[in-house]
Write a protein that binds this ligand. Structure first.
Ligand SMILES: [Zn+2]
Length: 460
């Protein structure tokens, strides 16, 4: 039977994950992610899909990050109406994130039309909030480890990937017993809340992400650094502003704050999570027990609320968020977005960035072109909502929080295979990084490794 994998998206780039698996005459899509980053990458979102939408019989989602699911509403808008299989954690997160993505698209289009800053006349949203709801209606939950029937006599299993809530590796077993594994995004080992990435023992063909194929995460002691900063803020009666990602990062921070409170390592200062999306996500992280690791299970069994520690207050409405502007320290405010390109953190920064007693604590990677990047690179001022605001606050960074496996963790994930795969494909990485990572795999394991270019089709 003729089989192939077409590498449509996340080929020699980190976003736009999309792989088309053909089994006989049947077509199954794995992920349908948004292209993000510089304009020439983002423009690919507007290109026609390189396949006939009607031919796709189902979509398998590895997880709910935008670069894996964000183009689904557009696919649906173009007529796709087949089932979308995902874990219930992924569906929960998609319910929170996709409509929000649609709303932002609509707001952006309105903004560009009002200010006539568009090359398209008129500017259109890539998809709307309603398109997002249409996409959500197609989603069907799958359980981890349970076989799911695919067309062409194949089956798929979703295995925990330790990356974000619901994130999975997808293992496809073909009719003749050959196995294709799609890593999705590989998470971290020994991190709080979620299980470790699953050990994969057999794969004939391995499609693996390579985001951090060239680096190792910092071994910094997160708990210690947070404790020091909170103690200092308490002494100085100052404010710590934490630009944080709603999915994953905020929950890990809450976990560490919980540990610090339980261990009496920080004074009782108010900690606000000022983000409805982060708060909705935290509830999902608490409720989806199937994703929890042992530590998290034990904590919940003891009756603790590790993701809702007692000092933490959840801010939902805008007025309460604005009221925080007038409040004095000490306190900590956690708000999105993580790279300061939007969200409520922008207002807090406008208010407090000029104050030398403020500490701004970044929680992760800051992409080129974001205010966050400018700030960690030492900008003297940043433009916020039309005003040039001087950066007098102290800029700090937590280096150890990341949801992605680093180079050694990816090697560890692959090390469980009992025998060499016939072929390994590196996806979801910058090409320069991938070339380096490819050599590393060849050197250590001696496997055959390809870096498919966009549009490449591998037949087997
Ligand atoms: Zn991801």
């Amino acid at each position: 039977m003729h089989r192939s994998i077409a590498f449509d998206g996340a080929a020699r780039t980190v976003t736009g994950s999309r792989h088309l698996l053909s089994i006989g005459g049947h077509k199954v899509l794995i992920d349908c992610g948004l292209f993000q980053g510089p304009r020439e990458i983002r423009e690919r979102n507007w290109e026609p899909f390189p396949f006939n939408v009607d031919e796709i019989e189902m979509l398998l989602l590895t997880h709910a990050h935008t670069d894996h699911v964000g183009l689904l509403p557009r696919l649906v808008k173009q007529g796709f109406n087949k089932p979308v299989y995902a874990t219930s954690g992924t569906i929960g997160l998609a319910n929170v994130a996709l409509p929000d993505g649609g709303r932002l698209q609509e707001e952006d289009a309105r903004y560009h039309n009002r200010h006539q800053t568009t090359r398209h006349e008129p500017a259109l949203p890539l998809f709307t909030e309603n398109d997002a709801y249409d996409a959500l209606k197609l989603m069907k939950p799958v359980h981890y480890h349970q076989p799911l029937k695919l067309p062409g006599g194949a089956t798929a299993r979703y295995l925990p990937a330790g990356h974000i809530l619901g994130a999975s590796h997808i293992e496809v077993t073909l009719e003749d017993g050959e196995i294709v594994v799609f890593s999705g995004d590989v998470g971290r080992y020994d991190r709080p809340i979620l299980k470790d990435p699953s050990d994969i023992f057999t794969a004939d063909y391995l499609v693996v992400e390579s985001t951090y194929g060239d680096l190792q995460h910092s071994k910094e002691d997160t708990e210690r650094k947070l404790a020091d900063l909170i103690n200092e803020a308490s002494r100085n009666k100052s404010v710590i502003l934490v630009p944080s990602f709603a999915i994953g990062r905020t929950q890990e921070l809450l976990w560490y704050i919980h540990l610090l409170i339980e261990g009496n390592k920080i004074p009782r200062i108010p900690i606000y999570v000022d983000s409805p999306m982060a708060n909705a996500t935290t509830l999902l992280y608490t409720n989806h027990t199937e994703d929890h690791d042992t530590e998290m299970r034990i904590s919940l069994a003891k009756g603790e609320s590790p993701l809702n520690p007692e000092l933490v207050r959840l801010v939902q409405d805008r007025n309460m968020s604005k009221a925080l502007n007038l409040a004095d320290g000490p306190m900590m405010i956690i708000a999105g977005s993580g790279m300061v390109n939007g969200g409520r953190i922008v207002h807090h920064l406008k208010q407090r960035l000029g104050d030398p007693s403020t500490v701004v604590l970044f929680t992760g990677y800051q992409a080129e072109g974001t205010r966050g990047r400018d700030m960690i690179e030492g900008a003297e001022s940043v433009n916020i909502l039309g005003d040039e605001v001087p950066v007098r606050a102290r800029i700090e960074k937590l280096n150890s929080l990341s949801a992605h496996a680093d180079s050694e963790e990816l090697m560890r994930w692959m090390s469980h295979l009992n025998s060499a795969p016939k072929r390994v494909f590196l996806v979801h990485g910058d090409y320069e990084v991938q070339k380096e990572f490819r050599l590393k795999i060849i050197e250590r394991y001696g496997w055959e490794v390809d870096i498919p270019a966009p549009g490449d089709v591998f037949e087997f």
